[in-house]
Design a protein around this ligand. Structure first.
Ligand SMILES: *Cc1c(COP(=O)(O)O)cnc(C)c1O
Length: 377
């Protein structure tokens, strides 16, 4: 059994995919070719935003978003204590200081009340200037944007949505990738919409921010490539990856539906014995991960038993961001963000992809029940 089965997807889309790839090999427009523009137009329509800009990966997308907002030394950027390292890594990369915020224990996303409190604390302290918030849609579930948007508007800071895991998710009719001043996503192969290498995108409704991102991804270009009006980076989405994504977009709505059905079946089977994921009313997750919570004392044993039966599991994430050694200089300690710490010690992600069969699903849930019983006994 695969944790994410890309081979099954390939077999389904192979014909379309090969036509798309072949077209690129024939026109040889490998950098910012026609497929990149076609994909950007599709992504914008799909997400319901004015601009989608293809970039090299999801980490660059975040860095470019911070650069477009002119964030640098002396600025505080607030983000969740519980995410993939890249979410916070980009903040010191542009010279700014990360300020972590604890999460909601049920959704694992940033807690809007604690966010407001942290921004207020940094303002009162006066050492750093609050400039932006990076909210993450962890495991594919959008963060609480009704409240986060209000906090950011009241505090006068930029809001960036890290939708690396949530492409395809929504709150009501509002799609992931459409929240905040800028949103970013990743097309890393294992994400809900993944390519065959690295890829990413930045989304915005703001014309000025969009044109800055387009310039920044191409060495700060002005009117043409050899007129450089700012210091940027080299971060373009490959034409080949765009072609691959166009083929995958055709099956994406169906894949989302399959993920939703698999998540529902998992929850039905596991509700009695584990803490299953919570999706608030009106929210739709893209189910990048199906993540349960079990007693931290038995987690590693359960992982071992599952593994011995050929069932892959993963822990996202074992170490919250404030306890990463790379951030030691920020002076955070164990106990600073207790909800994130508790999540890190108890979460467990199960195999999740659109091509998981009913038999696979039964095998996972049976093994999990048995693993829990034999570790408790
Ligand atoms: C994957 C991921 C990223 C980084 O995306 P890459 O394309 O791997 O650079 C950023 N944030 C989150 C939450 C992610 O899951």
């Amino acid at each position: 059994m695969e944790f994410v089965d890309l081979k099954a997807q390939y077999e389904r889309i192979a014909q379309d995919l090969n036509i798309r790839i072949d077209a690129v090999l024939r026109h040889c427009d490998f950098i910012l070719g026609p497929e990149v523009h076609e994909l950007e137009a599709s992504l914008a329509i799909n997400t319901g935003v004015r601009h989608a800009v293809g970039v090299a990966n999801g980490t660059d997308a975040l860095q470019l978003a911070l650069m477009a907002c002119d964030i640098g030394p002396g600025d505080a950027v607030f983000t969740t204590a519980f995410s993939f390292f890249a979410t916070a890594e980009v903040i010191p990369l542009v010279g700014a200081t990360p300020v972590f915020v604890d999460i909601d224990p049920e959704t694992y996303n940033v807690d809007p009340a604690l966010l407001d409190h942290q921004i207020g604390r940094v303002m009162d302290e006066g050492r750093l200037k609050p400039k932006a918030v990076i909210a993450v849609d962890l495991f594919g579930l959008p963060a609480d944007y009704d409240r986060i948007e209000r906090v950011c508007a009241e505090r006068g800071v930029f809001l960036i949505e890290d939708a690396a895991q949530s492409f395809g998710a929504r709150i009501g009719q509002r799609k992931a990738g459409s929240f905040g001043d800028l949103a970013t996503t990743s097309f890393f192969p294992a994400k809900p919409l993944g390519c065959y290498g690295d890829g990413g995108a930045v989304f915005t409704n703001n014309d000025e921010l969009a044109s800055r991102i387009r310039s920044l991804r191409l060495h700060g270009k002005g009117e043409d490539k050899y007129d450089n009006v700012r210091v940027g980076v080299n971060s373009r989405l490959d034409t080949l990856q765009a072609a691959i994504l166009l083929a995958k977009l055709n099956v994406f709505p169906d894949e989302l539906e399959r993920r939703e059905n698999i998540a529902a079946a998992y929850s039905e089977a596991l509700r009695q014995t584990c803490v299953v994921p919570i999706v608030p009313d009106g929210y739709c997750s893209s189910w990048a991960q199906y993540t349960i919570r079990i007693d931290s004392k038995i987690r590693d044993k359960v992982i071992g038993v599952m593994g011995s039966r050929g069932i892959p599991t993963n822990v996202y994430y074992r170490r919250p961001l404030h306890l990463q050694s790379a951030f030691a200089a920020l002076g955070n300690h164990v106990g600073d963000f207790p909800i994130a710490e508790r999540a890190a010690s108890s979460v467990l992600s199960l195999p999740m992809h659109p091509y998981l069969s009913e038999e696979d699903l039964a095998e996972v849930t049976t093994a999990l029940h048995e693993a829990k019983e034999c570790t408790i006994a």
